[in-house]
Write a protein that binds this ligand. Sequence first.
Ligand code: ATP
Length: 517
Amino acid sequence: MESATRRAGLDQWKPMTTNANELMEKLSALAKRRGFIFQSSEIYGGINGFWDYGPLGVELKRNIKDAWWQDIVHKRDDMLGVDCSIIMNPRVWEASGHVVNFNDPLVDCKQCRARFRADKVFLVVVKNSDNILLHAGVEADTAEQARQLAAESASSKIRRRLEDRADQLTWRIDRADQLPQGVEGLCPLCGGVLTDARKFNMMFKTFVGAMEDSSSVAYLRPETAQGIFANYKNALDSSRVRVPFGIAQIGKAFRNEINPRNYTFRSREFEQMEIEFFCHPSQADEWYEYWRKARFDWYVGLGLTSSKLHLREHEKSELAHYARACADIEYEFPFGVNELEGVANRTDFDLTQHQKHSGKDLTYFDDQTKERYIPYVIEPSGGVDRATLAFMCEAYTEDQAPDEHGKPQPRTVMKFHPRLAPVKVAVFPLVKKDGMPEFAERLNRELTLAGLATFYDEKGAVGRRYRRQDEAGTPFCVTVDGQTIQDQTVTVRDRDSLQQIRISADKVLDYVRQRLV
Ligand code: ATP
């Protein structure tokens, strides 16, 4: 059983260091205050692993999905889109291997009953000859992180000894599911003994129809990919594409993660943006290289600096038995370097499995070469929520901006790429008189009718209105002042450079549009 705080979602993310902790606290506070992200069902104490997007968050997330759809589906002539049901015939998950293999190793604390993914808990033992200096359970992604966290969380006395005697110490760090025989894992929360690791299937089960028995069991999809494979033939037969081509889908996926954590990073309900790209086996290596680069560049183009993005090629030993190659696009989140998207060469595994289990012919006949074969698949599979979190981490900036008296004041600004910003333009009358509100409202309406997400604000000092838009990440603020009434010009303030230019009000739409690409 989960503890009360765990169930309520109060310990959902545990950043690594004090700075990271502080940054994530500030970011999540801003996200809540300004309506980006809320805990799901918060008025009832929340529910661990589930999150809601507020008025600004939903716009940000939608802009990310729209950018992906435009770039992947609309701007290419070798890509089709689909939108498949979340609940599918359960045989799909037998064919894909999820019923048998979609497991994480699980351990429970015998004392406090907390539950962990065994591959994310480490036993750290530090010895000085035969004396044990440190013996702790630590929750971490890697052994290196475990070493760092164990040292950080030790008492100051032990920390000093770890530093002073560094060359005389032996460290042993073992994952809770790979402990040597007879060694017991320790709970990272209370230090109690952990159970042996056992398998836990992460698919959420439900029942379809009125009977709740084994014949009506179905699953909430743990990935969108299988809907694409199940529709590969339909998509091919109903359109005029030829191999190589891809099918793209954005949609919800559900995983009963043992330990949701790091804010929205590991959730139990999330959205994926997945591509299955079908090609001739002899061209699969080339397409794999192509998609690795294309997907990496997509994130950079939307503002994730390439110094914080990494492309990590999997070692052969990490690869699933059917995969020929796989790379993770990773981002340096404040809580550590973690996967944003995976790109894999899955060979003909998925289509072969579905052909076998469904009995339907899923081969492709090339009428030019007269060759019949099962295409290979390159799969770039990304998470919308992880991308949203990465764009938010990247955008969060603390700097200084002058107030209405020209005095520099600290400000918090979300420097989103204009294409992703929830609101593109804010329109303000400088004061609420002399025809300024009427002019500003008219301009605001025109921009809205032209399809821009805008925000009209006439309340409070103009400096304060700028600050509110900076926190929301609005790239342009347009102010209507006394001069506007004389010559129909307005000022446009740039969120990042803070520069203000004066342009004709009827040029604002073009000015903003040019900067949204
Ligand atoms: P991880 O190792 O972090 O659990 P994974 O390798 O199992 O991820 P995939 O099965 O490759 O993930 O899923 C593709 C993408 O879906 C991931 O790159 C990630 O962006 C997203 N994703 C997977 N699981 C989650 C989750 N629990 N919460 C949010 N996003 C997720």
